[in-house]
Write a protein that binds this ligand. Structure first.
Ligand code: ADP
Length: 395
């Protein structure tokens, strides 16, 4: 079966068309500036990328353009849209949705009802779904939720120590995000260590970053919380802070709640500390030129990653595998070495030479001789995971 995976943002729509018989990606691409003017980049393996501007007034117009390119005589990879058996939609927030599900009226009504706790990602994802459903009404549309992986966490891991009524009234709790990525790499690590009861810590370190602890294939804790703002410092997000810091900044700087949220979401983290960039590559380059704040930003990141790894080892009473994934985790060799240094008490040590020379884009084991914890770099593939769930629900 051929499955189209769609990830809709407020002004963007990413797509990948999978042939699930071979596992191959037939084509993928990105629509940008939806609702503004519109542009698309369309990629096919082994062929030159194609780009054009287009009038994309909404997500429906974007998906219509995607389908016309997928079926185009020259640029296309399928003869007709009828070859697409199902569509998988990425949802960052699924609220109480415990697993991926075929999206019917009830599911969409529920997802609309939780927009208040998911104001950034909810509306575009729903509008992306509606656009696709209008254009492809007769095939299953499946929702895959980043939060579902955390639906088995125990109450004590997700209820915050604030008045309990606030949790009941407003659903304020730890939800966790990036679940599809953590699920993908944790399953792979479980397979590699050959133990289905394995205790695994997965570090998804990209523009947004989160760390998750998995036991017996189920997430027991994760660093992101009520929103993706919690946990380790990220490109532009602060990560965890003393809870009084935002209100103190509000009073001192005369900011509103929305303004301080924006400051912590888009002007903090690596960008905020370094003053250089939100991108690790730029920060590393500045640090190499003696920029103290750039060096400090990376040290803060490493410090916080170590702290969370340590806390999860304590929670799980051990760890069998440690995984690095996503843009920074897969590519920043220095960061992996810095995180794993002086962790021998926990049984974590990597072969630093292998870490330096290991190829990008491949599953690699970095474990040093004698270390009891197996450390891996495993490229994530959220889109494939979404396609797989979609296939399983559409058969
Ligand atoms: P997103 O969270 O947007 O999906 P990615 O997982 O693609 O992000 O990660 C993007 C980040 O990965 C970039 O901001 C950059 O900091 C980091 N990155 C990518 N390549 C490298 C590299 N070679 N060295 C260090 N960091 C890198």
């Amino acid at each position: 079966m051929k499955i189209l995976v769609v990830n809709a943002g407020s002004s963007s729509l990413k797509y990948q068309l999978f042939d699930m018989d071979s596992g191959e990606v037939l084509a993928k691409g990105l629509c940008e500036r939806i609702g503004i003017d519109g542009a698309i980049t369309h990629k096919r393996p082994g062929k030159e990328d194609y780009a054009q501007t287009a009038d994309l007034k909404d997500h429906k117009a974007a998906i219509e353009l995607v389908l016309s390119l997928l079926t185009d005589a020259e640029l296309g990879v399928i003869a007709s849209a009828d070859e697409i058996g199902a569509v998988g939609h990425r949802f960052a927030h699924g609220g109480k949705m415990k697993k991926s599900a075929i999206l019917g009226e009830d599911e969409i009504a529920y997802l609309e009802s939780i927009i208040e706790i998911n104001p950034l990602h909810g509306p575009p994802a729903i509008s992306g779904f509606k656009g696709c459903k209008a254009v492809m009404p007769n095939i299953p549309h499946v929702g895959v939720f980043d939060t579902s992986y955390y639906s088995d966490m125990e109450e004590h891991a997700y209820v915050y120590p604030i008045p309990y009524e606030l949790y009941e009234k407003y659903q304020i709790r730890r939800y966790g995000f990036h679940g599809t990525s953590h699920r993908f790499v944790a399953a792979k690590a479980q397979e590699l260590v050959g133990n289905k009861n394995a205790k695994i810590i997965t570090c998804h370190l990209g523009n947004g970053s989160s760390i998750t602890a998995t036991v017996n294939g189920k997430a027991i804790d994760t660093s992101m919380g009520f929103t993706p703002q919690d946990g380790v410092p990220m490109g532009t997000r602060s990560g965890a802070l003393d809870p009084t810091v935002p209100s103190y900044i509000m009073r001192k700087e005369g900011l509103s709640a929305d303004e301080v949220e924006k400051l912590l979401n888009s002007k903090s983290g690596l960008l905020g500390v370094s003053g250089v960039s939100s991108d690790c590559r730029d920060i590393r380059a500045a640090a190499a030129n003696g920029n103290h704040r750039a060096e400090l930003a990376m040290k803060i990141l490493v410090h916080n990653i170590k702290k969370i790894i340590g806390s999860y080892v304590a929670e799980m009473n051990g760890v069998d595998a440690l995984v690095f994934t996503a843009g920074i985790g897969e590519n920043d060799r220095a960061l992996r070495a810095e995180v794993c240094r002086e962790m021998s008490y926990l049984g974590i040590a990597i072969n630093e030479e292998l870490n330096e020379s290991c190829p990008r884009g491949e599953d690699v084991e970095l474990t040093a001789v004698g270390a009891s914890v197996r450390t891996f770099v495993l490229p994530t593939n959220e889109e494939y995971m979404i396609a797989l769930d979609t296939l399983n629900l559409s058969k």
